[in-house]
Structures are given as C-alpha cells and as structure tokens.
Design a protein around this ligand. Structure first.
Ligand SMILES: [Fe+2]
Length: 305
C-alpha cells in the first residue's frame, strides 16, 4: 500500500520515516521552488537563444540540440545561484541543513516522440537508483521546470517496492562508472551503449502512478522506488530538475528503505555535500558502506578529469 501525501506539514524526521516505507510526497509550487524554476528557465532559454525550448526539436537537427544541451547541464549544476536556490528549497521544506547532505542537482530534458533518447537525453528504463550505488537512505527530489502532462511525466511502479526483480546491479561498480560511463553522455546521440544495471526479467509496469504537478511542484520519493521515464508523446520537450539528499541520522545508522534487490559495488555517498556549506561527507561516515575491493576507478566523479 502506497500513500501520496500532498503538501504535508509533517516534520522532516517523520516524513523520512514514511518515505522509507514507500510513501511519496508531493508539494505544490512555493516561493523557493518557483525561484529555482525561474533560474533554470533563464539558463535554458538563454542557451536556445530565442527558440522555444519546448518546441526546439522541430526547428533543428538532433546534433544541434545536443550541442546546445550538453554544455547547459554542467553550467546549471555548477552555478552558484543554483546551489543557493536548492538550499532555499530544502530550508522551506523543513530540512536541517547541518544534518542534510545533497548531491549536485541535475537538469534533464526528455524530447517528444523519440527525437533524442540517448546520451544527454537518456530515457531511463525502470530502475531503482539504489541499483546504481545510491545508499538506501537516499531521497530523490524531482521538479518539472515547465508544465508537463501525463505523457511527459515520470512513472512509479509501486508493486516493486516490496518485490525483487532480477537485475544487473551486481555487475555495476560505481567507481568504474565514474571513470568511464558517465563521461561520454554527449557523444551518444543516436544510441547509448554505456553499461547500466537493467531489469533482467519481464516486468509488470502497470499499475503505474504518474504525478503531474505544475512547474515548480515537487515529487519526493525514496531512491529505492522503481521508477522510469515515460516515453514522451506530448509533442513538447520536458525539462526537469532532480537532486538527491541523505540525512546523517540514517547515514550513521545505515538506515533507510528496505533493500529488496540492489547489489552494486561502491557507494555514491561521497557525492553528497553538507547542505549548509557544501562541506564533504566525512570519510569515516562513508567507510562502513565502502568496499575496498571495488576501488578500481574514481571514488568521485570529476567532469573533465
Ligand atoms: Fe532514477
């Protein structure tokens, strides 16, 4: 049984408890999220230079679209205003910035009708983030930047909250991924061969749940939830922001959602920075999660390294 809480005023600790039990939280747009969305729009619209980003795919070659979006993603991630605005969102939603750690926000674009489905516009097959070395305590925050429709949203497959799926996560090494797979997104224009953990059995994707919040609304969920990108048939590109958080309480207690089928090597915990000042996750907190044998690549992803 999964519940969706809408505009809940629960304290963060109670909210996390429910999130780790598979419940999903949805929030209406509010000043901090609208400011973030406004900032993202300014960057996107600046990059497309007068062309409507929602319709741009009809105006240009897919190569040109990638050329515009590829630099936009890191520019958004490493922008100081972006960082400040994310902090604003966490504050407004009651997170303790001293105990909450966040990773860098991602900017994603999902074009319509399969125009671009690989590389920078990768359409995510059903997965749990925990297959990709996310800690069981990770929470995902997802916001659309422009209004979306059911046909351009994201889907949850709640049956799998408590049901295991045969999957390739045991072949996945996060450090190896940092040193190879992640770097080449912009090179993958028509197909994507980067090795990712996938379901290895037929899945029952219905019933599925899609949330369609207005621009600046938030969907907050456990990284252990099975979710996927809906193949966009809305006729307009979808642009969204997502970022992830962990709270030191669960990092220290090794708590979080139950692990039904995630067996990757390595951990993404080092990617998380303290929300208050972006201090690193202390190495002694990571140690209990780490697997020394897995150290074959880069512990932290450094773009351009
Ligand atoms: Fe995901």
């Amino acid at each position: 049984m999964n519940t969706a809480y809408v505009d809940s005023n629960l304290a963060d600790s109670e909210r996390r408890e429910r999130l780790y039990d598979g419940q999903i939280f949805v929030f209406s747009p509010r000043p901090s999220t609208l400011a973030l969305v406004e900032h993202a729009r300014t960057m996107i619209e600046g990059a497309f230079d007068g062309i409507d980003p929602l319709q741009a795919q009809y105006e240009m070659s897919v190569e040109r679209y990638v050329e515009i979006c590829a630099p936009l993603k890191p520019a958004f991630i490493h922008n100081d205003t972006t960082k400040e605005l994310i902090r604003g969102v966490l504050t407004e939603l009651g997170c303790d910035l001293e105990r909450t750690y966040q990773d860098v926000p991602r900017l994603r674009m999902v074009t319509s009708h399969g125009y671009l489905t690989s590389g920078v516009g990768y359409a995510h097959h059903p997965h749990r983030d925990t297959w990709y070395s996310a800690p069981m305590s990770q929470l995902n925050w997802w916001l659309p930047i422009y209004d979306i429709e059911s046909e351009s949203s994201m889907a949850f497959h709640p049956h799998y909250w408590s049901h295991a799926v045969k999957n390739g996560s045991s072949e996945f090494n996060y450090y190896e991924w940092n040193s190879t797979g992640r770097k080449d997104a912009a090179k993958h224009v028509t197909s994507d061969t980067r090795k990712q953990p996938k379901p290895e059995e037929e899945m029952e994707l219905d019933p599925q749940i899609r949330f369609v919040p207005p621009a600046g609304g938030i969907v907050l969920f456990s990284a252990a939830h099975m979710h996927s990108t809906v193949p966009n048939t809305s006729g307009r590109a979808r642009y969204s922001i997502d970022f992830r958080t962990v709270h030191l309480d669960e990092v220290e207690s090794m708590g979080g959602a139950p692990n039904v089928d995630s067996h990757p090597r390595g951990t993404s915990l080092r990617d998380f920075k303290r929300a208050s000042d972006h201090a690193d996750m202390p190495e002694e907190k990571v140690a209990p999660y780490d697997d020394q044998d897995a150290h074959v690549g880069e512990l932290v992803y450094r773009p351009g390294a």
